[in-house]
Ligand binder design. Sequence first.
Ligand SMILES: *[C@@H]1O[C@H](CO)[C@@H](O)[C@H](O)[C@H]1NC(C)=O
Ligand SMILES: *[C@@H]1O[C@H](CO)[C@@H](O)[C@H](O)[C@H]1NC(C)=O
Length: 194
Amino acid sequence: MASRKTFNLVLPILLMNCFVQLGQCGRPHNAEEREDLVTATCKHTLHFQVCISSLRSVPGSSKTSDLKVLAEIALNLTTTYAADTLSYVYQLQSSSASNGSNNNYVSRCLSDCVEEYSEAIENLHHSKHALANGDCDRVDTLVSAAMSDAETCEDGFKDMQSEDSEYSNSPLTERNRYFSQLCSNALAISKLLV
Ligand SMILES: *[C@@H]1O[C@H](CO)[C@@H](O)[C@H](O)[C@H]1NC(C)=O
Ligand SMILES: *[C@@H]1O[C@H](CO)[C@@H](O)[C@H](O)[C@H]1NC(C)=O
């Protein structure tokens, strides 16, 4: 019974998809070719879904047919995320201060992360100039540096883990990971320009 029910639901959806896809193939719309550039480009990255969803969040990405513009958008997204993470770290600092928590390890780690992310933002700003000048090697160096800045931030908490089991988890693991993925994708996209 259950499987027939599923089948009854699935078949119309499949048919609908076919028509939608046929409709798309029939229309020689530029917007779709341009959308393909995002997909085609993201296929060269290690984190495809992150690539697709981040690039698609910027309206300009579907309007361009220029890979260099996509690379710039990727760097912009990465920079914005770094800045956003930096202000999140400031929030963590002030909430742990107002909670009267005087855990030295945590506050030292958070201060380190402020430094690391400030440096990452600077590196990423420079990388945009390098991209504009067509210096892809320098883009590579700077974005790799930004990526390792986030790793250093995360590693601080890992080192703390062995010293103080009470504060064993980094509050920044998810953000550090996502930031690294954005960096990795931006690197892969700018390498396509070489
Ligand atoms: C990247 O960000 C800069 C500064 O915010 C902006 O001027 C530029 O238009 C952005 N580039 C793209 C391709 O969106
Ligand atoms: C500070 O306290 C608030 C509310 O009690 C809590 O949500 C927050 O996670 C605490 N911050 C830290 C860093 O412990």
